[in-house]
Design a protein around this ligand. Structure first.
Ligand code: ADP
Length: 444
């Protein structure tokens, strides 16, 4: 440091002592130094300012980004709030739907919802139970009912009833069904609701009241009348007169008819209670057929209908079963054949033995050339209380629509079957299949 000071003093001393030229050179050199220093400091300042400017820029950018970030935070908070609101609405809707589904499933009424094309989109438990399963819809009377109103594409309101409610046989029950069209704001049909109520008890009570009782009373009227007349004639005869066999036979036949009616009533109540069973004795097929034909022939002929019997190789062939019930079932088929045939028609009873799926059956078929059964009615005629189109016409024979149900139940209780083939306006063939006495005994 001291040295430097001395140098500076020396330099000053030299400047005073040297020539003006030398002094100029030195000054120039100093000025150069100053200039260099100036240039250096200028670039230093420039750099300094540039850095300062850059820093400002960065700060501005940072500020902008911060604002964007703040905006985004605000937006995402709004989004989150919106999402939470939607989520809670969604959960509320799901709860409502859940509640609605629970209410629908707990209802005794069956509810079926269909889309605009008729596709079933919802069916509650009650409806499934009434139908015997979801898939049964289109094969049931409900499918037919829906088809009647399929073409309706305009509605009067949000919910518009389609026709009056109707009683339909479903799965051995009587169901009251109401179709309702669902409409949108422009009254265009966008779907269908079907409400089902099981009215079997009410309908049964109603039918028992004014159908069944009348029917049974009418069926009893004739045999009771005959028995009454025959017994009056007999009691009017002198005591020592010979036995009037003809009158006695008439009385016996009509007592059998009454007996049969009583049995039918008992069977119906047993079937309702689910305890129907039959006796298992050898029942010779030819005897079953001829007993029925002999008892029914005069009634059938009175209707102007021929009754033919064709049995082949049946001597010694017996079903294992209940003679009285089998006679009742066969009698019902023959009577139906005559009822649903016009005057001049025929009813033919034929029997044969046939093996089906390794089981041997006695087949008794009853064919007629009557009105036949439509394709719509055919799947339902064995359902209790179902009466086909022919029986619903004004001049149709009275009936309850349960004869075929009982006839089939009798065949099935024997381990057999009752089947039908029919063509409208051509005729029908009903075939009872009964396991043979020997065959069943062999298996047992
Ligand atoms: P019902 O005769 O009392 O109506 P059924 O159970 O005996 O009751 O028969 C059910 C339905 O089946 C009848 O209403 C009728 O439409 C149809 N049906 C039965 N047998 C015949 C037949 N031989 N020909 C035509 N239709 C028949």
């Amino acid at each position: 440091m001291r040295e430097n000071l001395t140098d500076l003093a020396g330099m000053n001393g030299t400047a005073m002592n040297d020539s003006p030229r030398a002094a100029n050179g030195e000054i120039n050199a100093d000025l150069n130094d100053v200039h260099r220093f100036g240039v250096a400091s200028e670039s230093l300042f420039r750099r300094f300012y540039r850095r300062l400017g850059r820093r400002q820029q960065l700060e501005n950018e940072l500020g902008r980004q911060r604002q964007i970030a703040q905006r985004h935070t605000a937006e995402s908070a709004a989004l989150r709030r919106r999402f939470e609101r939607l989520d809670s609405e969604h959960r509320q809707r799901a709860n409502e739907l859940d509640r609605l589904t629970k209410i629908l499933s707990s209802l005794d009424e069956g509810i079926i919802v269909q889309d605009v094309n008729g596709k079933v989109t919802m069916m509650n438990q009650a409806a499934q139970a009434m139908l015997g399963g979801k898939r049964a819809f289109w094969d049931s009377a409900l499918g037919t009912l829906f088809e009647q109103f399929r073409a309706v594409d305009e509605t009067a309101a949000e919910l518009t009833p389609l026709g009056e409610s109707d009683e339909l046989p479903l799965n051995n029950r009587i169901i009251r069904a109401q179709l309702i069209a669902i409409g949108d704001e422009a009254n265009r049909r966008i779907g269908t609701v079907i409400i089902l109520r099981d009215v079997t008890h009410d309908a049964l009570a109603e039918r028992l009241k004014d159908g069944f009782v009348t029917h049974i009373a009418r069926d009893m009227e004739r045999p009771v009348g005959v028995i009454k007349l025959a017994s009056e004639l007999l009691s009017g005869q002198p005591e020592d007169a010979a036995v009037n066999q003809r009158l006695l036979d008439k009385m016996l036949r009509n007592i059998d008819v009454l007996d049969q009616l009583a049995l039918e009533l008992l069977d119906i109540s047993r079937m309702n209670a689910g305890v129907f069973d039959v006796q298992r004795e050898p029942a010779p097929i030819e005897d079953v057929i001829w007993s029925v034909v002999n008892g029914i022939e005069s009634d059938v002929k009175r209707l102007g209908i021929d009754l033919l019997v064709m049995t082949r190789d049946l001597r010694g062939v017996s079903a294992r079963g209940d003679d009285t019930r089998l006679q009742w079932a066969l009698g019902h088929l023959i009577r139906n054949g005559a009822t649903y045939s016009g005057e001049g028609g025929y009813v033919a009873v034929a029997a044969r033995v046939e093996t089906r799926q390794a089981k041997t059956y006695a087949l008794i078929s009853v064919s007629d050339n009557g009105v036949g059964i439509s394709r719509q009615d055919l799947p339902h005629i064995f359902e209790r209380f179902y009466r086909g189109a022919a029986s619903r016409s004004a001049d149709a024979a009275p009936g309850l629509g349960q004869g075929l149900t009982i006839a089939r139940a009798i065949c099935q209780a024997h381990g057999g079957f009752l089947e039908v083939e029919s063509r409208l306006n051509i005729g029908s063939i009903f075939t009872m299949g009964l396991p043979l006495h020997e065959a069943v005994a062999d298996v047992a």
